[in-house]
Design a binder for this molecule. Sequence first.
Ligand SMILES: Nc1ncnc2c1ncn2[C@@H]1O[C@H](COP(=O)(O)OP(=O)(O)O)[C@@H](O)[C@H]1O
Ligand SMILES: [Mg+2]
Length: 344
Amino acid sequence: MADQNAVLTALRTVNDPELHRDIVSLNMVRELTVEDGRVAFSIVLTTPACPLRETIDTDVRAALANVPGIQAVEIDWGAEVRSTHREGGPKPVQGVRNVIAVASNKGGVGKSTVSVNLAVALARLGAKVGLLDADITGPNIPTMMGLEGGIQASGQQGLHPVEAHGVQAVSLGFVLPAGTPVVWRGPMIGSGVRQLMHDVDWGDLDYLIIDLPPGTSDASMSMAQDALIAGAVIVSTPSKVSVEDARKAVGMFDRLGVPIFGVVENMSSDIFGRGGARDAAEDLGLEFLGEIPLDAAVRQGGDDGVPVVVAQPESEIAAAFIHLAEQVAARCSVLQFAGESGGM
Ligand SMILES: Nc1ncnc2c1ncn2[C@@H]1O[C@H](COP(=O)(O)OP(=O)(O)O)[C@@H](O)[C@H]1O
Ligand SMILES: [Mg+2]
């Protein structure tokens, strides 16, 4: 007859396909009950943006099919995002479990566009997400998220994020009146980013996405020294020059000791080409996180302040961003477990 032990033994044969460990020892199986052949339990994934839920579901049901006496299996799906923070490391950003940096070595490749749609996609998948516009050279997150400037500076109460499209957003653009030329010198850039990270009341977040200024600027340096970064996403277009620039960004994160989740190719098309970033990722030994096609709806979404993931949720382009979000969340979980077990 099926009992708790028989069920757990069967579930121990099911591995998380990304983490390569069984779901019982990963503590993903909770609240197991077995009654008259009816098995019920929760599976708590490491992210609501898990791309592998269906695979795990199939594997679990296959494993339980071998246990005699089971008539019904009821699975309740949940997710708990774990924190990157380690004792003795850089100061965590209060309330934030994982800081994810989006970077490129040059402007105009779609770094802000990717940051915005990545954040919104993660939120739509059920995660609690923040978005920090740290690009002092051109803070355009407020426009892309449909937020007005200036609403943020709330006197003594300090800084609070504004919610848009399910994401908690903060931008240097909020504290500067629209159109102000940004002439902050290096050291002030660093302190601006530090203030935005640590002085903002983020609440409770699974992921904080940071849109960095392009290049190996003070903001990136200061950020990497001031907070533990779970990982960086490098944005590149398919063109050769952009790919070479992406290599420089990779070099910077390596020097700073920030792990790189991988490379995303933006603006893939028949005109600009495709696959250049995928090849570069391979050369650099990095994951390729996916490609985002060149599509007028993406630019339109940015101009309108309604990201394409929200404006056209059923489109192919939205699917590409959702795929990217799942890949990024999966890399984040994998690196956490690699850290915990001293490297897998
Ligand atoms: N996949 C895409 N398809 C069409 N237009 C895009 C795409 N990605 C970005 N853009 C547009 O390209 C311009 C530059 O993108 P942006 O995100 O501001 O780049 P960055 O932050 O790297 O400077 C914007 O007008 C944006 O709407
Ligand atoms: Mg930008």
